[in-house]
Write a protein of this length. Structure first.
Length: 425
């Protein structure tokens, strides 16, 4: 069996490597010469737990190679980006381009599977693109039995656990027709240990969008609550902890906003598909994005209250214990503070080797946690890395803290001293 994976990014490369480990001949196709060269030399261009060793092994054994060109295969997996444009519309141009690229090499009996997060209807659109280029092949779902199978099977893996979750997670496999679904099912069963459940392509497209929207809406609930509680001078973390003792309540954690490449993007695909009815989903997006602005304002108030002390921003990653800084609300908050307070801003991020480009020219610098605890009087906590949680209370006594993640619940509140000559009311 020969498998082509189109797009060697965060999903494509681990998927290609896993299938290759199972013994198939896998060709990874990418538009970037750098990516192709890197993979062919047995190395990786992305950070993911255990991926480097796996790629090195399968490339050395000859089961995986990368190429700029597509070639004949039995199965094609498309894992290319589907970003949102400025006006929040989904951009499926990379998917359609991939469909145009593989169309000339398709033959009867092949299976084409789309894995990219996509608005409902994309798999059918892909089929139509292929059908236009290859009128000699019968397309599935057009009233005749198709010569090829076309299916949608979303990835659901969590960054940092991709290789484990690719195997263990349940998969939802949507065929353009039931026959297409069965064909794709046979393929996934070879390397997935989780349950593989078949449905239609349109339902499977929606399932993926719904999963991430569900999480976004629930995080928005927690973020909204955190603002309301702060206004009422109540500890939101305590409220959530106590409310979650109810057997049917499970509130998620507030933070400085929602980051990553999926949860802050995918809900817009649903909103764009039905703007009139997707009201909670749109509002949740606005609440989560608004939380970032709110944190900048609140942190600025605290900084201004404490005069000219240095400020430590703890964490830049988009979530705890990972080294991914793209689409990170922590970077957004810290960069805005750095533009305002310049070299007084000190960034503490154990997972960063260099400062992200957002900080260029601001004067902000990276320092380690111990130096921050010695030098800085104000702390803005943006990421709940384990390393930050374990700072003992006596080492942070006397610091003014704005804690967006609730990791220092026992921090004594510090009240600013009135400036000389001014009366405290
Ligand atoms: N976050 C909070 N509070 C919480 C949970 C998360 O503020 O209680 C924030 C995080 O700090 C982060 C963002 O949300 O900024 C997203 O983090 P995440 O851990 O919820 O999700 P991702 O983006 O790493 O991965 C998600 C997962 N989707 C779901 O859990 C429904 C993953 O399974 C998907 O495969 C992935 O999106 C994707 O590729 O779509």
């Amino acid at each position: 069996q020969k498998v082509s994976v189109i797009g060697l990014g965060y999903i494509g490369l681990p998927t290609a490597a896993l299938i290759a480990r199972g013994g198939a001949q896998v060709v990874g196709v990418d538009v970037s010469a750098h990516v192709v060269e890197t993979v062919n030399s047995g190395r990786v261009h992305i950070e993911e737990v255990d991926l480097d060793g796996l790629v090195q092994g399968v490339v050395a054994r000859g089961n995986l190679r990368a190429s700029l060109e597509v070639e004949e295969s039995d199965v094609f997996i498309i894992a290319v980006p589907t970003p949102v444009s400025e006006d929040r519309a989904p951009d499926i141009s990379y998917v359609l381009k991939a469909a145009r690229t593989i169309a000339p090499v398709l033959k009867a009996g092949d299976t084409v599977i789309l894995e990219s997060t996509s608005p409902v209807g994309t798999t059918e659109a892909m089929r139509d693109v292929i059908g236009t280029i290859r009128p000699d092949l019968k397309m599935p779902g057009t009233g005749v039995a198709g010569d090829i199978a076309i299916a949608y099977c979303p990835e659901r893996v969590l960054p940092g656990r991709i290789l484990v979750e690719l195997i263990d997670n349940d998969r939802c496999i949507g065929g353009i027709t039931p026959r297409c679904a069965r064909k794709a099912l046979g393929f996934y069963r070879q390397f997935v240990r989780g349950a593989c459940i078949t449905t239609t392509a349109r339902a499977a497209e929606m399932v993926k969008l719904v999963e991430n929207s569900f999480r976004d809406v629930n995080i928005a609930f927690a973020n909204e609550l955190s603002v309301i509680a702060e206004n009422m001078d109540i500890d939101v973390w305590e409220v959530i902890r106590l409310a979650n003792r109810h057997p049917r309540v499970n509130i998620l954690s507030p933070g400085p906003g929602v980051g990553g490449h999926c949860i802050a993007v995918d809900p817009w695909f649903i909103v764009h598909g039905d703007p009139e009815n997707a009201r909670i989903i749109r509002t949740a997006r606005e609440v989560n994005d608004g939380k970032t602005d709110y944190v900048v304002a609140k942190a600025s108030d605290l900084i201004d209250e404490f005069g000219d002390q240095d400020i430590a921003c703890l964490g830049l990653a988009f979530k705890a214990n990972i080294d991914d800084f793209r689409e990170s609300p922590a970077v957004k908050v810290a960069a805005r503070l750095a533009r305002r307070y310049g070299r007084r801003i000190k960034l503490v991020e154990p997972y960063a080797r260099d400062l992200p480009m957002e900080f260029a020219g601001t004067g902000a610098e990276l320092i380690d946690l111990d130096t921050a605890l010695e030098q800085c009087g104000v702390f803005v906590i943006l990421v709940d890395h384990d390393m930050f949680k374990s700072v003992p209370v006596d080492e942070r006594a006397g610091k003014a803290v704005y804690d967006t993640r609730g990791i220092w619940p026992d921090q004594p509140r510090r009240v600013a001293q009135p400036a000389p000559g001014r009366l405290a009311l």
